[in-house]
Ligand binder design. Structure first.
Ligand SMILES: Cc1cc2nc3c(=O)[nH]c(=O)nc-3n(C[C@H](O)[C@H](O)[C@H](O)COP(=O)(O)OP(=O)(O)OC[C@H]3O[C@@H](n4cnc5c(N)ncnc54)[C@H](O)[C@@H]3O)c2cc1C
Length: 519
């Protein structure tokens, strides 16, 4: 038997089973000795007032002990002898597309330019300590894709893109913590995600799927509006009846390739800006209206304002995290954020970005569908030129930036390659700098103290979403022109973030399977 109860507890009471069990027993009215299991089903923090509360729901079981929170009902069958589908890119979209293909009775042939997640970590360490960039193995490329060494936030603004809880269940079944099933804002953390990614790889291989690392797709052949094969950097030709391209928004070479082959691409709006970092304690004090006690997680924020008709907003906020170098080519600087599962670093960082509209990249119109990408590329290269020193990133104190004055010194920052003083108010594109300044002032009126001398901005944040769309037929899910090409995930321009890209990957697999059953 199961009884559902909801309680409002203090952070201390909600902190662990040991702490909440007496409260649950009391509220349920069931004698403690009759209870076989208490399972948390929903948990969120209400920090609106001074008295912070935790809304928490439970299933209280009596009688026979229940099974795990999620039964593995996914039909991961042996597909060794089944028709093959070529999947390019082993990020969330490519991995989840491959798992879904297996369920649907197809054999994924997954091609990934980067290395397995363990080896990839070594390249990331080299990047952070020695500024050595491997263009196929870095924060964006390699097994698990861009989100592997990230904050691992698993929430998405979109509610329309399919079954999000299905994705959370798959991640849980591959080793993610049970809390992702009930937390209002679930996250995994950079220290846990690689193991989940490796477990998905093992699942694909155990079913007879094929995974090829260090295999960058560099060419493709089209005849009669169909892709007949792709070619790899090593010259290998890989044929297939259908192709899922899930190469992410950082694979510019893939966009150039598709464009060179005459495949329709569209420029789309995106956003650019900087990353701001505060001491976590300062953000905790603002958000919790008091000194944070040890039972509360590092506080997050989510800010959005309209400035001069444009959105200025926080992006990928990482409480207790670290700013990381996310460039994928030499001579560019790109920053992003990550955190460990415990989110216990002394820093809080977030992208703060300004909406970029098609009119902003009008001067790059000759690049047609790649006009926005060209603008993004130049922005990142400028950030590099302003410092011209490996992966050192340009930085300025936040209040100096807002007041148009150069910084004399910088606070300690989590960015491992190191930051260098730069007058960013002078060289950021005018519409970015001006709207950021106004946006920061408005943020400060919502979160008093945000505009602090202790805060630093680090440049540049430019990979918020894809500046390119690979347009799909809404009925079939295939490219509008190439019938057996199924663009998926963030690189296709239809998703943003780990979960929505995973959902999009699953949907691409379903569309592809449908196509193959008809042809
Ligand atoms: C540092 C960082 C932190 C982030 N934090 C979060 C977060 O906390 N929460 C969140 O929701 N999102 C986060 N994101 C964004 C998230 O990672 C992406 O939205 C998501 O990974 C997109 O999934 P995808 O599968 O579409 O593409 P990607 O993850 O970009 O995967 C594409 C894959 O394709 C491979 N590839 C590219 N070109 C080729 C080629 N030519 N041949 C073969 N393989 C190729 C790449 O190596 C890569 O593995 C973060 C991103 C970064 C960089």
């Amino acid at each position: 038997m199961k009884k559902e109860i909801s309680l409002i507890l203090s952070p201390m009471q909600a902190a662990s089973a040991e702490m909440y069990t007496p409260e649950v027993v009391k509220a349920s009215g069931i004698p403690a000795q009759d209870i076989t299991l208490i399972r948390v089903t929903r948990k969120s923090i209400d920090a609106r007032g001074r008295n912070i509360r935790v809304n928490i729901s439970f299933d209280v079981f009596t009688g026979e002990e229940p099974g795990p929170p999620v039964e593995n009902t996914f039909e991961y069958q042996n597909v060794e002898l089944k028709p093959e589908v070529v999947v390019v890119g082993a990020g969330p979209a490519g991995l989840l597309a491959s798992l879904r293909l297996i369920e649907l009775g197809f054999r994924p042939v997954l091609l990934e330019r980067g290395k397995p997640v363990g080896e990839r970590k070594q390249d990331i360490d080299m990047l952070e300590s020695n500024h050595v960039l491997n263009i196929d193995s870095n924060y964006c490329f390699g097994e698990g894709g861009a989100g592997t060494f990230s904050d691992g936030k698993l929430y998405t603004r979109s509610k329309k893109r399919g079954d999000i809880s299905r994705i959370l269940e798959i991640l849980y079944l591959h080793g993610a913590d049970e809390s992702i099933l009930y937390e209002a804002h679930p996250h995994i953390g950079s220290d846990r995600l690689p193991a989940v990614v490796a477990a998905m790889r093992k699942q694909i291989l155990a079913c007879g799927g094929i995974i090829r690392f260090n295999t960058r797709v560099t060419d493709l052949n089209i005849s009669d509006d169909m892709i007949s094969h792709v070619t790899t950097l090593k010259g290998e030709i890989i044929t297939g009846k259908a192709f899922i391209f899930a190469t992410g928004h950082s694979a510019r070479d893939m966009y150039f390739l598709l464009n060179a082959k005459g495949i329709t691409l569209e420029a789309k709006p995106f956003a650019m800006g900087i990353r701001v970092e505060h001491p976590q304690e300062l953000i905790d004090n603002i958000q919790y209206h008091c000194r944070k006690d040890k039972y509360l997680p590092a506080a997050a924020y989510n800010l959005v304002e309209q400035v001069n008709g444009r959105g200025v907003y926080s992006f990928c906020m990482c409480p207790g995290g670290q700013i990381v170098p996310a460039a994928t080519a030499e001579s560019e600087i790109v920053v992003n954020g990550m955190s460990l599962a415990r989110r216990n670093s002394p820093f809080a960082n977030s992208g703060i970005v300004v909406q970029v509209m098609p009119a902003d990249f009008r001067s790059h119109q000759n690049h047609e569908g790649l006009a926005g990408l060209r603008m993004q590329e130049l922005f990142e290269q400028k950030a590099y030129r302003m410092v011209s020193s490996g992966q050192h990133a340009p930085a300025q104190r936040l209040n100096d930036f807002v007041n148009n004055r150069p910084s004399q010194n910088l606070p300690v920052c989590s960015y491992l390659p190191g930051i260098v003083i730069s007058p960013m108010h002078e060289w950021l594109p005018e519409f970015v700098a001006d709207n950021l300044k106004e946006g920061f002032k408005k943020f400060d009126s919502k979160m008093r103290g945000f505009l602090s001398r202790e805060a630093v901005i680090v440049g540049v944040e430019s990979r918020t979403s894809s500046p390119v769309r690979i347009p799909r037929n809404p009925e079939t899910g295939s490219h509008v022109q190439i019938g057996n090409l199924f663009p998926a995930g963030e690189g296709a321009g239809y998703s943003g973030g780990i979960v929505s890209s995973a959902v999009d990957g699953e949907n691409a697999a379903v569309s592809c399977a449908h196509y193959l059953t008809l042809h």
